[in-house]
Design a protein around this ligand. Structure first.
Ligand code: CMP
Length: 138
């Protein structure tokens, strides 16, 4: 069925000038952008968004990284969106990501890995609602 996923182009990829290339890969793969903004997360935003990782040793580093510069947040629509988007971005660690995936092409490290992709339909809805009001979704 057609459904939605949520993505962020993370600060590393923005800093490295990859916004255009990444959006091109996303739309070329058949995803329709239904919401999008250029924004920066506050420390509180990042702590809330990544609350599930609060006990992980890398949590502080993750919040520091995600707040250090602007990001692109977007909601994407496609048949089988969550799973197909995770295939398009590749493994969390770019060293393990398949050839041609967004992380293989544009990520720096396991922490600075260029893009986010929701891991379930439920989280896609929660994460999308975190960043967008109903009037911002088309
Ligand atoms: P993502 O899967 O989008 O969301 C959780 C993030 O935590 C992940 O991307 C990485 O950016 C980060 N992360 C996961 N594992 C590590 C790690 N071992 N060291 C640093 N950051 C990590």
């Amino acid at each position: 069925a057609t459904n939605r996923t949520f993505t962020m182009i993370k600060p590393d990829a923005v800093e490295n000038g990859h916004i255009g290339a990444i959006l091109e890969k996303i739309t070329a793969a058949g995803f329709k952008i239904v919401a999008m903004k250029f924004t920066q997360l506050s420390t509180r935003d990042a702590e809330e968004f990544y609350a599930i990782h609060k006990e992980r040793p890398f949590f502080g580093e993750l919040v520091e990284f995600m707040t250090r510069g602007p990001i692109v947040a977007a909601i994407l629509e496609k048949e089988n969106a969550v799973e197909d988007f995770r295939t398009l971005i590749g493994a969390t660690n770019p060293a393990e990501a398949a050839e041609g995936t967004i992380r293989k092409l544009y990520a720096t490290s396991i922490g600075e890995n260029a893009v986010h992709g929701s891991d379930s339909d439920e989280n896609a809805a929660i994460e999308g609602a975190f960043h967008f009001s109903g009037r911002e979704i088309f």
